[in-house]
Design a binder for this molecule. Structure first.
Ligand code: FAD
Length: 478
């Protein structure tokens, strides 16, 4: 039987599409590259989504207006965003949660220690893993067919119209069975290309020190987002958005595994201390803005440092003010001892620390506000939460760039259609990381990945059902 809507991918965006298409009356098949145990892509690692609301809403306190959300997005992207699509996503976030609840997602208030998010971000009870499990359960109960170990590597097009997908079913004995699947419409929701290390290497190239920075990157999420379809679609003339080096990149514990380290490898004490590179020098403003608005640029900053490594340094005053990392940091009773334990040049390190300590102008420390503790006459400055690092014990965490997801994607519009030479496809749609670059040219504000995936996943599913069912009626009438 030819299915109405084929959904490629198995994370949040794919499942939102599948559920919406099914609710609109279409028959739906989902192809997930990962085995069942690893289903859900990066979405399984998430904790929350960012939501606008004009008044307190169950787990969200106060209000977070469309305008404030938009200004936050504008600031972090430096204007590299499409206002029309961004506002569409923002408005969608005000109304999508009852639908999520209907499909089994449960929310909880922001965790203590998850800085500054009680107002802006709704947390998933049980995290993203529980969210994707709920969506899979709901999809299966509605009759959506789900294939695991099913990697799509080719899409057949006819002048921009989707015809069929070619899937490799990876069988338990290691062999592969190929299948060609036709459908009335298709949603591409197969993630970015962050797990493809060769592509990251090619995109980042070699730096002036002769290093290939991407060789030191760790991938925070799934190993299955290889960008196979993104590359394939771009090669077939789909319009692109974004730059291959732009990504959500976090400074994560240098001891994290290559894939799937997830949220617990994040080092969240940057704004409470200072960060030095391998040469023991500071290189950026650790207190520029609230951590949820800055954490996603620190991976990139570390990627630009020699050896793509840095050290987040705090003293006893910071302990208890941030989510503690899973692995203990390097501890010392003096700063020179800390430098020796880290293998850093003690003289340069002490100079960096003394310069910083002497430049601190401490006012009223308040980590919940952009406070008045700042440095004077120091470059780079620390503009908030600057207090001398002078209270033993001292701690350091080595950090490396952790790639969350890449922003190069397919250009789309408010119907989620894939474009070829500026012409929207009548039946090929895109959602999630594969198009997030339309809204996020660079930068990030916590929770917006799931907001984009939910909004565009739902739009793509609805549009795909409409396109497929219209086509079905046309066939029946022919
Ligand atoms: C550790 C971590 C924490 C995060 N926390 C948050 C958070 O709290 N809030 C937030 O908003 N965002 C967060 N993000 C970002 C968020 O995960 C993404 O923005 C969002 O999940 C993207 O959803 P998606 O469906 O597009 O991609 P994914 O969830 O990654 O799904 C892509 C799917 O496509 C499948 N696939 C890939 N290639 C193929 C192929 N060729 N054929 C078939 N299937 C294929 C994959 O197996 C996967 O199932 C986090 C990411 C990570 C890694």
């Amino acid at each position: 039987m030819v299915v109405d809507v084929l959904v490629i991918g198995g994370g949040n965006a794919a499942l939102c599409s599948a559920l919406m298409a099914r609710e609109a009356g279409a028959t739906v098949r989902v192809l997930e590259s990962a085995p069942r145990a690893w289903r859900g892509g990066n979405s399984a690692h998430t904790r929350n989504l960012r939501c606008m609301h004009d008044a307190p809403q169950d787990v969200l306190v106060d209000a977070y207006s469309e305008e404030e959300f938009w200004q936050d997005l504008l600031k972090v992207t430096g204007g590299l965003t499409n206002e029309h699509l961004a506002r569409l996503v923002i408005r969608h976030s005000a109304t999508c949660r009852p639908w999520m609840v209907k499909h089994g997602v449960r929310f909880q208030p922001s965790l203590s220690g998850a800085l500054h998010t009680a107002r802006t971000n709704a947390f998933f009870m049980g995290g993203g893993k529980a969210l994707v499990n709920a969506y899979y359960r709901s999809a299966e109960s509605l009759g959506v067919q789900v294939d695991y170990n099913a990697e799509v590597d080719q899409i057949e097009l006819d002048a921009g119209r989707f015809v069929a997908a070619s899937v490799m079913h990876k069988l338990p004995d290691g062999s592969v069975r190929r299948e060609r699947i036709e459908a009335g419409a298709c949603v591409l929701a197969a993630g970015g290309f962050e797990s493809n290390r060769a592509w990251l290497r090619e995109a980042w190239g070699q730096n002036e020190r002769g290093e290939y920075p991407a060789d030191q990157f760790l991938i925070r999420g799934t190993r299955y987002n290889q960008g196979v379809l993104l590359k394939h679609l771009l090669a077939q003339g789909a319009d692109r958005i974004g730059d291959a080096t732009q990504a959500h990149m976090v400074a994560i514990d240098a001891r994290a595994p290559l894939y799937d380290g997830g949220i617990c490898t994040r080092i969240d004490c940057v704004s409470l201390g200072v960060v030095v590179n391998r040469d023991a020098r500071r290189f950026d403003d650790e207190g520029e803005d609230f951590w949820p608005k800055r954490y996603a640029i620190w991976g990139r900053l570390v990627a630009q440092q020699p050896g793509q490594v840095a050290y987040s340094i705090i003293d006893a005053k910071a302990v208890g003010r941030f989510m503690p990392p899973v692995f203990e940091g390097t501890q010392a009773n003096s700063l020179p001892e800390l430098a020796r334990k880290l293998g850093l040049d003690e003289h340069v390190f002490m100079q960096s620390m003394n310069d910083y300590n002497q430049a601190c102008r401490v006012g009223t420390f308040d980590h919940t506000a952009l406070d008045d503790c700042h440095t004077e006459g120091l470059s780079p400055a620390k503009t908030h939460w600057a207090r001398p690092i002078d209270t033993a014990p001292f701690y350091a965490y080595a950090v490396r760039p952790g790639v969350t997801f890449t922003y190069l994607g397919l250009k789309t519009d408010d119907t989620a259609a894939v474009h070829f030479n500026k012409v929207p496809s009548p039946n090929l749609f895109v959602a999630g990381e594969m198009m997030a670059g339309n809204v996020l040219g660079k930068g990030y504000t916590a929770g917006v990945g799931m907001t984009i995936g939910t909004a565009f996943g739902r739009i793509a599913g609805e549009q795909a059902a409409r396109a497929a069912l219209k086509q079905g009626v046309a066939h029946a009438n022919a």
